[in-house]
Design a protein around this ligand. Structure first.
Ligand SMILES: C[C@](O)(C(=O)O)[C@H](CC(=O)O)C(=O)O
Ligand SMILES: [Mg+2]
Length: 302
């Protein structure tokens, strides 16, 4: 109640331990703290905080407009209400390597378990769109080194994302991935792979775990968890999916409300009051309050 009962360092240690195993860790993206609780309720291994969602939530395109303070603030709100590790999209790290270092420490303070920093040129683009550009290897490596050297909790996970696939092709992606892994990245996020074969090839070419992005309407087909597991992928994110689902439902419902003047036909699709109260542990708050507000306690007697 009130917050997660698991400390940030315990979440990070658990994430590390899970990553040392062999199973696929599934991280759906939460578009707010409440949906983060839903992710936990359904038994996933972690919660992802997407830059695309965060900017969309503010009514902005995902082109590097959000600030470190905004991203860290939202991530902290989400991390606070879940016992799961939270992995955050830190875009290009919010500046030069020194800024990347500060980003890592601010994210540690926000209570998240790890972040990914990418090798795009600022202003960044969605990794599945045309027109993005990547920095050279030296710059990409510096970003990763800065992130790795800045962390105070050795369990804080540094994921290096490479966007090279959509710009220079697969062979160059493997070279970049090896370079950032050598620079100390714990995980490589291989963005916009063309097919399952490429996931398989990059997983076997690297000594570090690989993260796959199953974003809808993107470059990669939506492979199942089983397919990704077999390809050797160790973390999968579904970054924007819950927001797309919620916004799709909201959009259709508003259209219906405008036409019919009532939401009665879609009440069955809504989260009920009871389900919501259960998810926010309404009852637990009541019990807590009555336990501290107890006049029968010795010290409270006049
Ligand atoms: C993973 C991603 O970086 C995100 O911000 O969620 C995006 C997702 C998307 O735009 O669909 C990405 O660049 O892939
Ligand atoms: Mg992003």
């Amino acid at each position: 109640m009130l917050h997660s009962s698991t400390t940030p360092s315990a979440k990070r240690a658990a994430f590390r331990q899970a990553l040392a195993g062999t199973d696929l860790l599934r991280f759906p993206g939460a578009f707010n703290p409440l949906s983060g609780r839903l992710v936990q309720r359904h038994g996933f291994e972690g919660v992802y905080v997407s830059g695309a969602v965060l900017s969309a939530d503010l009514g902005l395109p995902d082109v590097g407009l959000t600030t470190l303070t905004e991203v860290a603030g939202r991530s902290a709100q989400i991390a606070r209400v879940t016992d799961l590790p939270v992995l955050v999209d830190a875009d290009t790290g919010f500046g030069e390597p020194l800024n990347v270092a500060r980003t890592v420490q601010v994210m540690e303070d926000a209570g998240v378990a790890g972040l990914h920093v990418e090798d795009q040129v600022n202003p960044k683009r969605c990794g599945h769109l045309e027109g993005k550009q990547v920095v050279d290897e030296t710059t990409a490596v510096r970003r990763v080194r800065a992130a790795v050297d800045a962390r105070r909790d050795p369990d804080f996970l540094v994921v290096a994302r490479t966007d090279v696939r959509g710009v220079e092709g697969f062979e160059a992606t493997v070279r970049r991935a090896k370079a950032v892994a050598d620079a100390g990245a714990d995980v490589v996020f291989a963005e916009a792979m063309a097919d399952l074969g490429e996931f398989e090839a990059i997983c076997s070419a690297l000594d570090v775990p690989v993260l796959a992005n199953m974003t809808e309407f993107g470059r990669s087909d939506l492979f199942t968890h089983e397919q990704l597991r077999e390809a050797g992928v160790r973390i999968v994110i579904h970054p924007v999916s819950l927001l797309r689902l919620a916004m799709g439902a909201a959009d259709r419902a508003l259209g219906g409300l405008k036409d019919a003047g009532t939401l009665e036909p879609v009440v069955g699709q809504m989260q009920t009051r009871a389900e919501l109260y259960d998810l926010v542990d309404y009852a637990g708050y009541g019990e807590f309050d009555s336990s501290v507000y107890d006049f029968s306690l010795e010290g409270n007697r006049g």
